[in-house]
Ligand binder design. Structure first.
Ligand SMILES: Nc1nc2c(ncn2[C@@H]2O[C@H](COP(=O)(O)OP(=O)(O)OP(=O)(O)O)[C@@H](O)[C@H]2O)c(=O)[nH]1
Ligand SMILES: [Mg+2]
Length: 423
């Protein structure tokens, strides 16, 4: 990102990193590769770099030694010369040998998609847990690439790939890294314990938990803010949210639920990040319902939907019922757009920003939470007051009226409880 920071007395001049994006389109899948490169450009922008050229090579498979073939390397050299770029960013994760060879051939900084995403995570981490998780992912990425990477890491001097949590300079010494990895893993065990405890406390409150999940930048935080006064950062940036935020939300009929905003998913999410962010990402696996937010104005939304389901599967969350919410409808010009998701039990269209379609969404949530519950209208004698209390806790109390012979209750309650209380 911004390197060569020169401090004058009252001015900081920053040189924006200029990058050439490089991708390999395997087996002629050009359209998909172009979408992926467009996304890579968004990632580079979020990291603070400007894309000055994009070079795509069609190949049967990536070159094992240099990612692209010989002829393409010459083309990249020319592009670097003409555009005065500082380096290249590849659309796939590179092996240590590929990085080393490309650096040697091109004599410039070589960043891959994973390192770029790690860099954005480092930039956006705000909490102790976020810092630890990002640092762990970065160190694991580094330790697997230390051989031959020494020159690269020391030569970078700054910019993408060198940012560490808390602006700490990342070390490249192998022993230091190994020690640090085990320290962080221990610290993360405590963090996980704390997170488990918070989750248990929430469970004890018997409020259903709804996780808002989806592709990065789909509008998850905007939706949480629209429904509650969570005040979560919403930004036109990828991975603005790294730490889950949970808020209590009251549905129109009075039932209280927990809503959790989670970290976004992306195509080719680096496996180091999935491992390091396990405890954050798995919040979604503990939900009763997942609200899957889709940016319907993004031409690649169908691809995003499949990435989200693949990621949910990796997180063991694929059996949780999903409501798919097509968001940013205010930006969709084609009103006849077929918005479908066969894996969701219900879909709806909204604009989180303009707060439209939210009533329908709330109705869908209420209906789903009533699954397996029956509508009851009963009079409960005063000496069985505890039953009313339990209906309040375990069911959905719609009306409660104190009459001469007892409490009149209208509610939704599970059949098993109706039998148990003989009501
Ligand atoms: N036009 C329009 N923009 C929206 C809508 N919802 C969200 N946005 C914008 O989309 C951008 C991303 O929104 P966020 O809520 O930060 O998205 P997110 O899914 O939380 O993203 P990450 O946390 O980065 O994964 C912001 O600039 C929002 O203002 C919408 O309904 N319409
Ligand atoms: Mg967010």
């Amino acid at each position: 990102m911004q390197n060569n920071i020169k401090k004058n007395t009252n001015e900081v001049s920053q040189e924006i990193e200029r990058v050439v994006l490089v991708a390999v389109s395997e087996k002629g899948n050009t359209e998909r590769t172009m979408e992926s490169v467009d996304e890579l450009e968004e990632l580079a922008k979020t990291a603070g770099a400007i894309t000055v050229d994009k070079i795509i090579q069609n190949r049967e498979s990536v070159h094992p030694g240099t990612y692209v073939g010989k002829g393409k390397i010459e083309e990249i050299k020319d592009a670097l010369f003409v555009t005065k770029a500082h380096g290249i960013i590849t659309d796939d994760e590179l092996s240590p040998a590929q990085i080393k060879n490309l650096e040697k051939e091109l004599d410039c900084k070589v960043i891959d998609r994973s390192l770029l995403i790690l860099d954005i995570f480092a930039k956006h981490a705000h909490t102790a847990e976020g810092f630890l998780q990002v640092e762990l992912a970065q160190l694991n990425y580094r330790v697997s690439r230390l051989q031959g990477l020494g020159t690269s890491m020391s030569r970078l001097g700054g910019g993408i790939g060198t940012r560490g949590p808390g602006e700490k300079k990342l070390e490249t010494d192998r022993r230091y890294i190994r020690n640090r990895i085990s320290t962080i893993k221990n610290e993360l065990k405590d963090v996980k314990k704390h997170r488990d405890m918070l989750r248990d406390n929430r469970r004890k409150q018997n409020k259903p938990i709804i996780a808002i999940a989806g592709y990065t930048n789909a509008g998850k935080s905007t939706l949480l803010n629209a429904l509650t006064d969570a005040n979560v950062l919403e930004e036109n940036q990828l991975f603005a949210t790294l730490d889950p935020t949970t808020r209590v939300f009251t549905l129109p009929e009075g039932k209280e639920i927990f809503m959790t905003d989670t970290v976004g998913f992306i195509h080719k999410l680096p496996h180091h990040l999935i491992e390091a962010f396990q405890s954050t990402l798995e919040e979604v696996a503990y939900a009763d319902i997942i609200i899957h937010v889709v940016d319907a104005s993004n031409p690649s939304y169908a691809k995003h939907i499949s990435v989200v389901y693949e990621t949910l599967e990796k997180l063991n969350a694929s059996s949780i019922p999903v409501i798919t919410v097509f968001n940013k409808m205010d930006k969709v010009s084609d009103k006849g757009l077929e918005l479908e998701d066969s894996k969701a039990f219900e879909v709806c269209s909204i604009s989180a920003k303009e707060k439209t379609g939210l009533e329908k969404l709330k109705e869908i949530i209420e209906t789903k939470l009533r699954d397996g519950q029956q509508h009851i209208k009963v009079l409960i004698p005063y000496d069985k007051g505890h039953i009313v209390q339990n209906i309040r806790t375990y069911g959905q109390l719609l009306e409660e009226r104190f009459e001469a012979d007892g409490v009149y209750v209208e509610a939704y309650l599970e059949e098993a409880l109706i039998k148990k209380y003989e009501i």
